[in-house]
Design a protein around this ligand. Structure first.
Ligand code: PLP
Length: 371
């Protein structure tokens, strides 16, 4: 699905030098590389504060911890996402309220969101799924109307740009109160292990989240709030510092691969290619098709036999996951997410796809799908 090896070969000298520098200075934790990557990313995103943390899940958890929510408060997330989004809500004793998504964009449905808001709702966590921003203008308007926090799950969408109706362009993760991203190796900006970051323009929230991520400590050994230990280590920051310089080129490569796929599948009546939202660029963390009248497991097997990986993101929506079963939800409650979980398939998508590989992958899919 990804080719991190070929990507690394092209930046090997620079990355190795950065890692060696960390080893030579032995400042493995909170070293200069973390600070310089943080300020590079603040500049790239045009955001006031980047807080590097241990991973994307921690980023979400720390963000929610900083909002001063109380047990029983409701947090709304889409049901069609990676589990981490709802997991942290549940872990903090908050109530995850899930809503349906839009069939075309896979992102949170505004209608479904509106219906789910109650007096107990305190926050919305939209997920910019597969690399395309959710309808943030609509979400922010609803949040304002109901006095809700917005924490963006931008784990799949770093580098994607949203255009507001007044023409303002804002980076993914920098529109709500807080944005969270992941530097898991296969993410669009990936390190060589675990990593993540939190973004905010709010000074007060930034100070709180910095403290929470460091044991609730501002002055050393004085703990003002209950915190966690979640840091980006210097070696990961050294890798990310190099890769951030290539992020726009990486996104462009992904977009080129997506355009190739789109053109190849345009004529197939059984394949729906990803919809391009009118107000967001797409950085294609995943390239996800919808199938009609195709035996998906048989297609996956057919492709696997030809050496082409394919994955289903995500086979089970949150409200049907065993760990999240409760009396509130049953099969049929979120028909769009349920339908998507049955018909989506993601093809290899990364920065190193050659035209030859794309030709082989698309030909293999079309051999099976036929019309
Ligand atoms: C990857 C991902 C996360 C979690 O990130 P980790 O760094 O793996 O903890 C959260 N939400 C979404 C949508 C993701 O894709």
């Amino acid at each position: 699905m990804v080719d991190l090896r070929s990507q690394y070969e092209k930046i090997k000298t620079e990355v190795n030098a950065g890692i060696q520098e960390v080893i030579d200075t032995t400042s493995f934790i909170k070293g200069g590389k973390v600070t310089s990557f943080q300020s590079d990313l603040e500049k790239y995103l045009d955001v006031k504060h980047v807080i590097p943390v241990g991973n994307g899940t921690d980023a979400l958890q720390i963000a929610l911890m900083a909002l001063g929510l109380k047990p029983g408060d409701e947090v709304i997330t889409p049901t069609f996402t990676f589990i981490a989004t709802a997991e942290v809500v549940a872990l903090l004793g908050l109530i995850p309220v899930v809503v349906d998504v839009d069939f075309d964009t896979f992102n949170i449905s505004l209608d479904s969101l509106k219906k789910a808001i109650t007096p107990k709702t305190k926050a919305i966590v939209p997920v910019h799924l597969f690399g395309q921003n959710a309808d943030m203008e609509g979400i922010l308007a609803l949040a304002k109307e109901h006095n809700l926090f917005v924490v963006e799950d931008a784990c799949q969408s770093i580098g994607s740009v949203y255009t507001f109706s007044d023409g303002r362009k804002v980076q993914s993760g920098c529109m709500g109160d807080i944005g969270c991203t992941s530097f898991f190796p296969s993410k669009n900006l990936g390190c060589f292990g675990d990593g993540g970051a939190i973004f905010t323009n709010n000074d007060e929230l930034a100070a709180k989240m910095r403290a929470i991520s460091n044991h609730g400590m501002v002055v050393r050994y004085y703990h003002d709030v209950v915190g966690v230990n979640s840091r980006l280590d210097s070696i990961q920051a050294a890798v990310l510092e190099v890769k951030l310089k290539h992020l726009d080129a990486y996104s462009a490569n992904r977009q080129m691969a997506a355009a190739y796929y789109n053109a190849a599948f345009a004529k197939s009546s059984r394949i729906t290619t990803p919809a391009q939202s009118h107000n967001s660029s797409h950085v294609f963390h995943q390239y996800t098709l919808k199938l009609t009248g195709v035996d998906r497991p048989a297609l996956i097997k057919y492709l696997a036999d030809k050496g082409v990986p394919a994955m289903v993101y995500y086979p089970v929506p949150l409200h049907l996951q065993k760990a999240y079963q409760d009396a509130r939800y049953k099969a049929g409650d979120f028909p769009i997410a349920e339908k998507l979980s049955e018909c989506v398939i993601s093809l290899p998508m990364h920065t190193e796809l050659s035209e030859e590989q794309l030709a082989y992958i698309t030909a293999s899919v079309l051999e099976f799908v036929k019309d």
